[in-house]
Write a protein that binds this ligand. Structure first.
Ligand code: F6P
Length: 488
């Protein structure tokens, strides 16, 4: 907040921080989506206030929740305004399911799913970017607001806003990986996408590696001037600063921690809820039901563990939370079916005493339920095939104030760079992941404490306010520079 000195902040994201749904009894209730982006941006908005523009996605009657395109937030979250942009079914299909999630998502993640590029999706993507850009302009109270653009849904929006508000400070943060230039180059609209993003004042990624890939793509496909020393790109008279800002979570406050049940009590509750015998060791996975998260490979590793180490049979349960996501897409439906099939097979092979060894919980879970699982678990498995950062691993660490529990973490998640105390694995190497699970289950408490204490101090220090603070400090510097150069 101090960096902004009263400047107006506008956030643009596809996902909204709260979804209003209509229950079976007709009553409207509020749900928090499973989204790393929301986890990170929401506390920042509570601190900065301002306006959050997002795609209205709930099942509740839009008029009931959204008079004049604005809604009041649930109690305790009134610090900012949420403005919803409602899309037609065709717009949602083309922009969100089509270009964003069948094109850009597989283009940027190395998960060996081929992107699909349809001309009609691209046209909807452009239209919807324009609609959100119009909403930004409509919300702007001055000619130079600070606009925080989130993610691959809005690659064209920065340049659209720049044209209408040339003095705006536009910070675009890309929440997913940026691929190498060869991979990116297969996108038929690569030039438009790069030009759109270069409307940003600052273009942020999780890691230096993604910044480098982006700069190389610009170098390869645009006639731009790149100053590697200052990490800036000049294109058509505008300059963009490219920087890495590793995203994180809000560290839990003392008050919230004091309300948590003890790990032993969490364990008792989890065992009771899922009918897990009290003496079992518990591993958890918490993901959206997405093919990039490595859930299939993780199941194979659990199966391998039980083959290699029969001593765990009847003494081990794996709980996988898989929040529904993009379920209208065939790729996601087929993925879910495959996971269910493999889960059934493992359960047929290894369940003991009528109890399943793998519990697949394919439904939305509230933060409190997930936190209880984290506190009950012996091991947390974060084995994404590719992930910009991944916040589940940071949430797990934040939940373990007892300094127990082991994190198994994919080397292909951005988070692996700053969390070397986790057991770092290649998620494709089933044997290695199985061995890491075994090692976690047999790790002495003293070693768990040593690793967890270090992980906790890293995440506590490099929390989400650091992420936002660094970006806003850089933005403030740029604003000042521009104001000074205007005076010259
Ligand atoms: O972080 C990547 C991301 O796609 C976010 O943009 C998004 O909010 C989250 O994952 C969940 O995906 P979706 O909004 O499509 O459910």
């Amino acid at each position: 907040r101090s960096q902004l000195r009263g400047d107006q902040v506008i956030v643009v994201s596809n996902r909204e921080p709260y979804i209003h749904e209509k229950g079976k009894d007709g009553r409207v209730f509020v749900r928090r989506p499973a989204s790393g982006l929301v986890t990170a941006v929401e506390p920042v908005m509570r601190a900065c206030s301002g306006t959050w523009i997002a795609h209205g996605s709930g099942t509740a009657d839009r008029k009931a929740v959204d008079r004049h395109d604005r809604v009041a937030l649930p109690p305790g979250h009134e610090e900012y305004q949420l403005r919803r942009v409602w899309l037609s079914p065709e717009e949602e299909q083309g922009y969100y399911y089509g270009f964003a999630n069948e094109g850009m998502w597989p283009l940027c993640h190395v998960a060996h799913v081929r992107p699909v590029f349809r001309e009609s999706d691209w046209l909807y993507y452009k239209t919807v970017n324009q609609r959100f850009a119009d909403a930004v302009v409509a919300e702007a109270r001055s000619e130079d607001p600070v606009v925080l653009v989130q993610d691959y849904h809005f690659a064209l929006l920065p340049a659209m806003v720049r044209r209408r508000l040339p003095r705006a400070t536009i910070l675009t943060f890309w929440h997913i990986p940026w691929p190498n230039p060869e991979s990116f180059g297969i996108c038929p609209w690569r030039q438009e996408i790069l030009e759109g993003l270069l409307g940003s004042t600052i273009m942020g990624f999780h890691t230096r590696f993604h910044c480098k890939n982006f700069i190389e793509a610009v170098d390869r496909y645009l006639e731009a001037r790149i100053e590697h020393e200052h990490s800036t790109i000049s294109y058509k008279g505008e300059q963009t600063f490219i920087e890495s800002y590793p995203i994180s979570i809000e560290w839990p406050t003392r008050d919230s921690v004091s309300e948590w049940a003890s790990p032993a009590e969490c364990r008792r509750q989890v065992c009771e809820l899922h009918d897990i015998p009290g003496h079992h060791r518990i591993a958890v996975g918490v993901d959206r039901f997405d093919y990039t998260k490595g859930i299939l490979e993780r199941l194979h590793a659990v199966e391998r563990l039980l083959e290699k180490h029969p001593e765990w049979r009847g003494k081990f349960t794996f709980v996988q939370v898989a929040a529904p996501t993009r379920a209208a897409l065939e790729e996601y439906q087929a993925f879910q079916q495959r996971i269910e099939q493999v889960t059934r097979r493992i359960n047929e092979r290894f369940s003991a005493g009528g109890r399943e060894v793998v519990r697949l919980l394919a439904q939305h879970h509230e933060h409190e339920q997930v936190n209880r699982l984290y506190r009950a678990a012996d091991v947390c498995l974060v084995t994404s095939l590719h992930d910009g950062m991944n916040l589940v691993c940071k949430e797990f660490v934040a939940a373990r104030d007892d300094e127990q529990g082991v994190l198994v973490l994919s080397r292909f998640a951005g988070a692996a760079r700053d969390m070397p105390e986790a057991l770092i694995v290649n998620p494709y190497h089933v044997e290695e992941v199985a061995d890491a699970i075994h090692r976690s289950l047999t790790m002495p408490p003293a070693e768990q404490r040593e690793r967890m204490a270090n992980l906790r101090s890293t995440v506590r220090e490099f929390n989400v306010y650091r992420w936002a603070g660094k970006m806003l400090t850089d933005a403030a510097r740029w604003r000042l520079r521009e104001r000074i150069s205007e005076r010259v």
